[in-house]
Design a protein around this ligand. Structure first.
Ligand SMILES: [Zn+2]
Length: 336
């Protein structure tokens, strides 16, 4: 039920990661960079992976030996060549082979022989097909991505979108239509024993409000509470509830449109007329300006910028206006 576990196992199952290998890092020794985006801090990576290994999801093998200073523990050690030889490989990322001559720590400046180096076995991780088969009924990311691919989307998991605030938001999956005016669909999955409260809906909405994808969906195992349902409806967030992963495709089909239907729609006269007065004014002015910022539009409509910005974003969410970033400026235009 841990979202981080769902995301990591999803990466393994979809083939995005085959073997999780460490990368050398002068400061930390080694890091698992592809796990770090899932965690609050890079330091948590080792504990997180150990825990998954203890539960049998990951298998490990030694894929390297990291040497460090016996005095201060720094990995920033260099091989000091014998007299007259070259002066070591201090600036390369490749650690020199153990030899007979001396070693020097570039952090604490100590010098010492090979036997005083600390050696640490560095593990690689791969996933255990057997244990994952045992819990496959609980793993959601892979089937969700499979579904989206079948619907014609390209996906990233976890996916990131930059909001109007310039804050970078993470979603369990971001799906792209890949068309010219690329539309996006975002999806968060929540697994729980109890019905899922409105907090998860609020958290998704906060991200959606800032990033304006064309469609947002929350996938709930097993279900949302009544309040969470009402909120999702109010926020126009699609809801998929299921107790069985194998039933999920049928339910997703009702909520997730095929890729060629998730797109911006031209604002025709009939649609324009059907809009409430305040939004029609915003849409008409935007149309007459071509591409314009919220400031320029609010000057014409003579409404406060914050109010106008709210209307503009509402029209973007409804799929009638396009929003593009040009450096620090955010430009709105009518889809044509
Ligand atoms: Zn040292």
């Amino acid at each position: 039920m841990d979202r981080r576990v769902q995301l990591l196992l999803g990466k393994f199952l979809s083939g995005e990661i085959k073997v999780l290998s460490p990368t050398l890092d002068r400061e930390a020794g080694y890091r698992y960079t592809s796990v770090e985006p899932l965690l609050d801090s890079p330091e948590e990576a080792q504990g997180f992976l150990d825990n998954l290994q203890a539960h049998g999801f990951l298998e490990t093998e030694t894929c390297g030996v990291l040497i460090s200073c016996g005095n201060c523990g720094s990995c920033n050690v260099e091989h000091v060549a014998p007299k007259g030889g070259n002066s070591g490989s201090s600036e390369t990322d490749e650690l020199p082979l153990l030899g007979d001559s001396g070693w020097r720590c570039k952090s604490c400046k100590a010098t010492f022989g090979e036997h005083e180096l600390k050696a640490h076995l560095v593990p690689c991780y791969s996933f255990s097909e057997k244990s994952i088969a045992d819990v496959s009924d609980w793993l959601v990311i892979k089937p969700l991505r499979d579904f989206l691919h079948e619907r014609g989307y390209r996906t990233e998991s976890p996916g990131f979108l930059i909001g109007e605030s310039e804050v970078r938001h993470q979603f369990d999956i971001v799906a792209y239509s890949g068309g010219e005016d690329e539309g996006t669909l975002v999806m968060d999955a929540v697994v729980s024993v109890d019905p899922i409260s409105e907090d998860d809906v609020k958290s998704l909405f906060a991200k959606v409000f800032d990033t304006n994808p064309l469609k947002s969906v929350i996938v709930a195992f097993p279900e949302l509470t009544d309040d969470a349902h009402k909120l999702a409806e109010q926020y126009r967030i699609g809801v998929v509830e299921t107790t069985e992963v194998k039933d999920i495709w049928v339910k997703l089909r009702e909520v997730v449109p095929p890729v060629d239907e998730v797109r911006f729609e031209p604002l025709d006269v009939m649609t324009l007329l059907s809009l409430p007065d305040h939004l029609r004014k915003t849409a008409t002015v935007t149309g007459s300006l071509g591409r314009a910022t919220a400031d320029e539009i609010s000057e014409r409509t003579e409404r406060a910028r914050a109010v106008e910005s709210g209307y503009l974003n509402q029209l973007v969410r409804m799929g009638y206006l396009k929003k593009e970033r040009d450096g620090r400026r955010v430009l709105f235009s009518v889809i044509s």
